[in-house]
Design a binder for this molecule. Structure first.
Ligand code: PEP
Length: 260
């Protein structure tokens, strides 16, 4: 299976000029995107600029979406607007939005369902904080199980085929304490938790073969340690996304870990 790498620009860069420079740096490297699917998620304001620059394995994603299709919702962006801007993927429930925007699991649930209904490919972020992880992996798994119960409420009754759901739904396991920290989780622990998530999705939601990514301080030095595991279907990369050399090295790496 192709590895899926999401390069999340977060709230950067400050200008369109810089955004174009970053995007072009990835485009320069397009011939190396062979056995992977690469997704760039710039801030909303730059999306339209890159609409026509997408390629077969280089896709555009958004960092958030609102749950209503239309109406008086000042400041919000609908799934349809995203689709019209060439967006294929959307990140939902990132821990930074849970923390700074007070996004609850109920809100995230509405966004997951709205994104999927609109035909966007949803990447749902889940993961525990340090306080929980200090109690061990089992505590982290229990926390994620509860998050998923709330974030995926109603997913079974979505009027989309199972096949489409499997293709359009991805989880990013992102231990909060590893995000932007400069130190990742250990690949062994990430594999164990990702296996747990996959088993849970299959048993509880009949969702087999859902892709689960790892996110949290992934860079070109440690990416291979995660991607070499067949259980880890890719990575969600934050800070290293805005370093052209880092991005190139990670894209190159993905070609070595293609699994059939
Ligand atoms: C993220 O933005 O989800 C992330 C994992 O960031 P970083 O790679 O900087 O830890």
């Amino acid at each position: 299976m192709k590895k899926l790498i999401i390069f999340n620009w977060k709230m950067a860069p400050d200008s369109l000029k810089e955004a174009k420079r970053f995007f072009n740096a990835v485009l320069d490297f397009k011939s190396y995107i062979i056995n992977s699917e690469i997704v760039i998620t710039p801030p909303f304001v730059y999306l339209n600029e890159f609409k026509n620059k997408k390629l077969k394995n280089l896709k555009l994603g958004a960092q958030d979406v609102f749950w209503e299709n239309a109406g008086a919702y000042t400041g919000e962006i609908s799934a349809k607007m995203l689709k019209n801007s060439g967006v294929e993927y959307v990140i939902v429930g990132h821990s930074e939005r849970r923390k700074y925007l007070n996004e609850t699991d109920e809100i995230i649930n509405k966004k997951v369902l709205a994104g999927l209904k609109a035909g966007l490919k949803v990447i749902l972020c889940v993961g525990e904080d340090l306080l929980i992880r200090r109690h061990g992996k089992k505590a982290a798994e229990n926390f994620i199980k509860k998050q998923l119960e709330k974030d995926l409420k109603g997913i079974r009754s979505l009027v989309v085929s199972r096949k489409l759901l499997v293709r359009n739904f991805t989880i990013a396991y992102e231990p909060i304490w590893a995000i932007g920290a400069g130190h990742s989780d250990t690949p062994q622990d990430a594999v164990e938790i990702i296996k747990y998530i996959k088993n849970l999705l299959a048993a509880r939601y009949s969702l087999n073969s859902i892709r689960v990514l790892y996110g949290g301080s992934v860079d070109s030095k440690n990416a291979a340690n995660f991607l070499k595991h067949p259980e880890i279907d890719g990575a969600l990369v934050g800070h290293s996304s805005l370093k052209a050399e880092e991005v190139k090295k990670m894209i190159l790496l993905t070609n070595s870990y293609f699994t059939i």
